[in-house]
Ligand binder design. Structure first.
Ligand SMILES: [Zn+2]
Length: 479
């Protein structure tokens, strides 16, 4: 057993169990034995193998990201920031995923390695990685040192466009069933990995691309294994309209009717509820269904904000009793920026500064995500909890003056102040650098992979356009 002590930490965000919230503590020691926190308080006097000076540090529980797609999102840097179709209520999801996606396994590996580095450098220690399975995924994730909730995606239908306004579905239930079986195999392999940090989430991809039977069977498989279940729901106006056309119900109401909501279910996005101003359904039940059932929502504000979409609003979801967590559904994979945007966008949506607090967003990025994943040992610093720990440099210029270091971190410094990260008691970031992966090398492979992806676009796009016609550069290029 190895005991590490963070000695005389200037600030610690500690977990206060009775009220179930984070609190500040000052000038305390935090000790962990291998992967478990053993002491948090003043004057630690037990055995020590390693001492970390905490006098210039804010100590946080590791952040928990409950929604991401590392195998392709970094490939979209420079491509998706301003890509969207006004004729599809601004979303670019369907056009982009048809024309542009990872062309090969090296593209996926480079993209994932790059994303894992971004995540570690912004203080994420637990990640839900929703990806189609690819060879080498489990080994790369294990090597990253992060805690992994691998969510191999599958579906019964794929989207396709023949024009810029109608979303079509090509159904193939046999493919969905095969994907489901393969996903359970990947999850079993992750759980059996000797690193002990990998687990799984049963992940039929989207509510509109899966049959009722596949969704029900997937949810049952998750329950039987004691694993979380996730599916994208209410992520676009097109999807909500399609589900009402098929079932006479919103996607959330249909999910309730199928029996797939409740504790352990994470809905990706759940942005366009029946009460949303872009939907304005005659029902006003969706939020109450989510809150009453114990369902969690993975909120990822950045990709939607870029389209002009906004959740209405984060504070109302909390007050309805929804378990709120955060995710990074695009590059950059920076959960601190997501906290900041979620707070500001909620206040804009509500026209009210009191609708959410910084504490609400930090809770979502830590304990909220842990609750969604059925893991109350994560996202909290207290004796007995898991030693997933992030150290923030109070002397980083953007942290100064660190009167309220959480606000300095969330609204000012973000990833620039992350110095050390421990997962399961093992150090994976030191002096602001990832110790387990090679971000620079992954970056050059990523650029080559992006070129291959762009080259394939004309053969996949419904208008046979080049990537630069689908998504032009931000400025004209001189002749
Ligand atoms: Zn997603």
């Amino acid at each position: 057993m190895t005991t590490t002590v963070i000695k005389n930490a200037a600030w610690v965000i500690a977990w206060d169990e009775a009220p179930g919230r984070h609190i500040y503590r000052r000038n305390v020691d935090l000790a962990f034995d291998d992967g478990r926190i053993s002491f948090l308080g003043q004057g630690y006097a037990g055995p020590v193998d390693r001492v970390v000076d905490g006098s210039t540090r804010l100590v946080l529980p590791g952040l928990i990201d409950i929604h991401s797609h590392p195998e392709h999102e970094p490939l979209y840097r420079g491509i998706r920031e301003e890509h969207g179709l006004p004729s599809m209520h601004m979303t670019g999801l369907y056009e982009r995923s048809q024309a542009l996606s990872a062309t090969d396994d090296d593209a996926r590996a480079a993209s994932a390695e790059f994303a894992y580095c971004e995540l570690l450098l912004s203080g994420v220690t637990s990640l839900v990685d929703i990806s189609p399975p690819w060879p080498g995924w489990i080994e790369l994730f294990a090597r990253s040192g992060m805690r992994g909730f691998l969510a191999p995606g599958y579906n019964s239908a794929r989207w396709y466009l023949e024009d810029d306004h109608e979303l079509n579905y090509a159904w193939d239930e046999a493919r969905g069933r095969a994907g489901f079986a393969a996903a359970l195999g990947v999850i079993d392999a992750a759980l059996a990995h000797p690193c002990g940090r990998l687990s799984g989430v049963v992940s039929p991809m989207q509510i509109d691309t899966c049959t009722a039977e596949l969704l029900r069977d997937s949810h049952r498989a998750a329950k039987e294994r004691g694993l979380p279940f996730t599916v994208h729901v209410a992520q676009s106006v097109s999807e909500v309209r399609e589900m009402i056309r098929r079932h006479g119900q919103t996607p959330v109401q249909w999910a309730e009717a199928l029996g797939i909501l409740g504790r352990g279910t994470i809905l990706g996005h759940a942005l366009f509820l029946d009460s949303h101003s872009w939907i304005r359904s005659w029902t006003k039940r969706d939020l109450a269904i989510l809150g009453g059932s114990g369902t969690a929502v993975a909120h990822c504000p950045t990709p939607f904000a870029r389209y002009g979409h906004i959740m209405e609003n984060f504070g109302d979801y909390l007050r309805a009793g929804v378990t709120m967590g955060l995710g990074t559904d695009c590059a950059p994979h920076n959960l601190v920026e997501e906290m900041r945007k979620a707070a500001i966008l909620a206040r804009i949506a509500a026209r009210d500064i009191t609708t959410v607090t910084t504490a609400d967003l930090f809770h979502a990025a830590t304990a909220g995500g842990a609750t969604a994943l059925l893991r109350d040992d994560l996202g909290r610093l207290a004796p007995g909890k898991t030693a997933d720990i992030v150290l923030i440099d109070l002397e980083c210029p953007q942290m100064q003056p660190a009167r309220d270091p959480l606000r300095s971190f969330v609204y000012h410094a973000a990833d620039r102040a992350v110095r050390e990260v421990f997962v399961d008691g093992r150090q994976v970031v030191g002096d602001g650098r990832v110790l387990t992966l090679d971000q620079k090398a992954a970056g050059s492979r990523l650029r080559a992979a992006q070129e291959r992806m762009e080259a394939a676009a004309p053969g996949r796009d419904y208008r046979r356009r080049s990537a630069s016609q689908i998504t032009p550069l931000s400025l004209p290029l001189a002749e």
